[in-house]
Design a protein around this ligand. Sequence first.
Ligand SMILES: O=P(O)(O)OC[C@H]1O[C@H](OP(=O)(O)OP(=O)(O)O)[C@H](O)[C@@H]1O
Ligand SMILES: Nc1ncnc2[nH]cnc12
Length: 236
Amino acid sequence: MNRAEKAALQLRAVDVLRMLKETRTYEELAETTGLPAGDLNRYVNGHVLPGTDRAREVVEELGREALAGELDARIRVDDEGYVDNSETVFDQSFLDLVAPVVANGFDFGRPDVVLTAATDGITLAASLASYYGTRCAYAKKSKETAVEEFIEARERLQSGIELTYYLPAGAIDAGESVLVVDDLIRSGETQELLLDIVDAADAEVAGVFALIAAGNDGIERARERTDAPVGSLTTV
Ligand SMILES: O=P(O)(O)OC[C@H]1O[C@H](OP(=O)(O)OP(=O)(O)O)[C@H](O)[C@@H]1O
Ligand SMILES: Nc1ncnc2[nH]cnc12
């Protein structure tokens, strides 16, 4: 790890600790993290940076659990099992914290492109692409004007309605590695269409990730489609 990567990891750990501190006392934060309250005070106030090992533990282990808890606290599920996740997908700063934890906590390789479906997946994909320093692309349910060539993926849903997603053809090149993400996965139909787009582009799947899995059907469906890692931060 070079100096810049080390510094980035240390700063991410401080961001995670600051988020946790918002709802905890230092004593409670010490209990959550197993780190001394005095050290935590110095990290949170920016006087000292955590060492690399501590920073990695905070980001990779504690961070994943903590962010999953924070995500659960932000989600509302209605009587029919539909999820209101606007408190999450509208909060780019929160998603910027999620991105390194997801990138380090799942075994996705660094992709060339992070692909999602408009609309609600876009902010998550943007955070992940920014973290990896790679491109972000989103497929839409309508054709973007002035674009001449599209990759299309079409599926007949259980309802009988046909759903088509369009991606400008230049968004993914053959042989590129693509991380497919979305805010939510339920039936897996949307992820399946995104995976069809990756296939049509002759690209490789780096992984499939959703912030929230509503049940397990979608995750299982994605696992049947790829040997790459598939996962979600939380399940409702
Ligand atoms: O696993 P599935 O059953 O396919 O459901 C998941 C999809 O449903 C939601 O999008 P929606 O189609 O509501 O579009 P939106 O992002 O524009 O709200 C969500 O953002 C996912 O893309
Ligand atoms: N918000 C939502 N909650 C659960 N399932 C969904 N499928 C599409 N959107 C959904």
